[in-house]
Design a protein around this ligand. Structure first.
Ligand SMILES: Cc1c2[nH]c(c1CCC(=O)O)Cc1[nH]c(c(CCC(=O)O)c1C)Cc1[nH]c(c(CCC(=O)O)c1C)Cc1[nH]c(c(C)c1CCC(=O)O)C2
Length: 342
């Protein structure tokens, strides 16, 4: 098997870890900015299968990464459920909010999401044809909690206050929203897999603000249900979970959810991850993304440190969070060369 990503996900320890990068198709690349301009705006790019496939392929051509990730966004699912979604330049996403039973009643469910999301499945089909044979395609969705934080607040928030408030003030409505998102995420990811995604990743970017029992109920449990249902529909499908900033809660996440790989952010050290998380399965991460902005010897040293610390078990090299628009494309090449020992 030449797909090193799949070997690491199956638990193999490799001499050189497979490498890809969160947000590898993004604004730090001039070719991405050109294609995005051609599409008009970010959402038009997501819903244009030819151009979305093109930007997915750009970092594969430029750098030869060991995996491609579908170009889309975690907020397309709420849009498919009927929320209004738009992006404010320089600020980020905005959505119509869900804070009352009446708002919730207006949301769709089940099969209707595919009416909106079918171009995404077409992007996956194009990519399966056009990707090099040894480069697997990763499909993805947001985890229910993270997607709910955006739907409840109508935008990104520092501490997810509005979502925590709804959880406290109208528990039934909050739980109904998490349930709806869990079910439709299973439907959405299933269609991606049927179209050709070989791995799926569940992004729980705000998992770190769930503490104690809340973490178990609203981060672990939905991820466990999604993973279990996908694996029963698609036996052998590898799943990556990313409960960002989970800290101590990274320990045991493999076993509690059934994911094949736990992606870790850079708030934990690679040595700690090697000792506490990697014994339970494959891990992905966790170079601090700012090294791709600042570069220099620190970039090389910290890349080596991650490779060495996590080299004794199954590891997929990645960043701790997505690459930022101000990163230098040359630093990405330096990181890759360092990982591959060149
Ligand atoms: C929280 C979240 C979102 N989207 C995503 C998350 C979870 C991961 C994380 O924590 O970063 C996930 C995501 N978003 C995007 C991908 C595509 C695949 C990839 O290359 O990783 C993936 C996997 C494209 C994107 N999604 C977005 C961009 C930038 C759009 C542009 O202006 O071109 C890209 C390439 C926009 C986006 N989308 C979202 C925000 C908050 C923003 C604005 C911030 C920003 O502008 O960087 C929601």
């Amino acid at each position: 098997m030449t797909k090193t990503l799949l070997r690491a996900l199956a638990g193999e320890t490799l001499d050189v870890p497979p490498i890809w990068m969160m947000r590898q198709a993004g604004r730090y690349l001039p070719e991405y900015r050109a294609t995005r301009a051609e599409a008009g705006d970010f959402l038009s790019l997501c819903y244009n299968p030819e151009l979305a496939a093109e930007v997915t392929l750009q970092p594969i051509r430029r750098y030869g990464f060991d995996a491609a990730i579908l170009f889309a966004d975690i907020l397309l699912l709420p849009q498919a459920l009927g929320a209004d979604l738009w992006f404010v330049t320089g600020e980020g996403p905005r959505l119509s909010t869900v804070t009352t039973e009446a708002d919730f009643a207006r949301l769709g469910s089940g099969a209707m999401i595919h009416d909106t999301l079918h171009p995404i499945y077409e992007t996956v089909r194009i990519l399966r044809r056009e990707l090099p044979e040894d480069v697997p395609l990763i499909g993805f969705a947001g985890a229910p909690w993270t997607v709910a934080t955006y739907m409840i607040a109508g935008q990104g928030t520092k501490n997810q206050g509005p979502a925590h408030a709804l959880k406290a003030e109208n528990r039934a409505l909050f739980e109904a929203l998490i349930e709806r998102l869990t079910e439709t995420t299973i439907d959405y990811l299933s269609k991606q897999v049927e179209a050709g995604a070989e791995v799926v990743k569940i992004f729980d970017s705000w998992a770190g603000s769930l503490k104690g029992e809340d973490f178990d109920r609203f981060a672990l449990e939905p991820c466990r249900r999604i993973t279990q249902e996908l694996k029963s529909r698609f036996p052998g499908l590898p799943v990556i979970g990313f409960p960002r900033q989970a800290g101590e809660k990274y320990v045991g996440f493999h076993a509690a959810t059934g994911v094949d790989c736990v992606a870790v952010d850079d708030s934990v050290s690679p040595e700690w991850v090697a000792e506490n998380v990697q014994p339970h399965g494959c891990v992905q991460g966790n170079l601090k993304n700012t090294h791709l902005v600042t570069g220099g010897q620190a970039l090389v040293d910290e890349t080596r440190r991650v490779v060495e610390a996590l080299g004794k078990g199954p590891h997929i090299f990645n960043l701790g969070h997505g690459i930022t628009p101000d990163a230098d494309p040359e630093n990405v090449q330096i990181m890759i060369d360092t990982v591959r020992g060149r």
